[in-house]
Write a protein that binds this ligand. Structure first.
Ligand code: PAF
Length: 249
């Protein structure tokens, strides 16, 4: 597998699939790479911990980074290229251009993480321009992110198709996330209330099931498809999850 660090070194002209990540790869990312592998000639995995989407410096500093491990996982999952730019490559001195998907970025995650989706939309637009993928793959676990990126693509007439890949869960039901590793065994037990509550697919029942936890929100979001989404804090770890309420036609 090729590692590319400079934007100018990425010259790809076949059917390219992009899997944008912030590293700390897990089976959820492997599912994205596998989906890309089925329909693309070249699969590019980007690994870039995007400072612009973190509202809290502590969270950015605590974000797990292990490029060698990411490389091994991406390669075994079938990726051809790992695009791992430095921060200055993506945000050179004097950087001052941002893209904002206004309405969809409000509410849910947007209410609790100011500026988060501005950072996500900007870095995704940059990655689409740099990699020029035919398809880009995102996890359904971040349902609002999928909605924001789809809107970005539509509003700015970007020539890329967004694919949303079903959430991968551990055997106990917890959705895979790079943050799960921060949970102690006791915290993980508590965190399981989140997938159990969402599995009811009922707003009132989910709210009741999460009553004892530190809940940021439990809401039905009118995305395409609609989802029942929630975010909770367990110890110092913030977890999000959602379930699709109606399957796409
Ligand atoms: O979902 C993520 O890991 C990030 O938000 C993304 C899409 C790679 C943008 O930095």
């Amino acid at each position: 597998m090729r590692i590319v660090r400079r934007i100018g070194d990425l010259e790809l002209d076949d059917v390219v699939g992009l899997v944008p990540t912030m590293g700390a790869l897990h089976a959820g990312h492997e599912a994205l790479i596998a989906a890309a592998r089925t329909e693309c000639e070249t699969v590019v995995v980007s690994v870039f911990v995007n400072p612009a989407q973190f509202d809290q410096g502590v969270d950015l500093a605590a974000y797990p980074r292990d490029e060698e491990r990411d490389l091994r996982i991406a390669e075994a999952a079938g990726a051809d290229v790992l695009f791992a730019p430095a921060q200055e490559e993506m945000y050179p001195p004097g950087f001052q251009t941002w893209v904002e998907v206004e309405e969809l970025s409000r509410g849910l995650e947007g209410s609790h993480r100011p500026g988060h989706f501005r950072g996500v939309a900007t870095v995704c637009l940059k990655l689409f321009n740099i990699v020029r993928p035919r398809y880009a793959y995102f996890g359904q676990k971040d349902a609002q992110q999928v909605a924001v990126v789809r809107r970005l693509v539509r509003d700015l007439d970007l020539d890329v198709e967004i694919r949303s890949v079903p959430t991968v869960r551990d055997a106990d039901g917890l959705a895979l996330s790079s943050r799960n590793g921060r949970l102690s065994a006791a915290e993980r037990e508590l965190a399981l209330a989140l997938p159990r509550a969402l599995a009811t697919r009922d707003l009132a029942a989910a709210r009741a099931a999460l009553a004892g936890l530190d809940v940021d929100y439990v809401e039905i979001a009118d995305f395409d498809p609609p989802v029942l989404a929630a975010a909770v804090r367990v110890g110092g770890t913030r977890l999000i999850d959602n379930v699709v309420l109606e399957e796409e036609q």
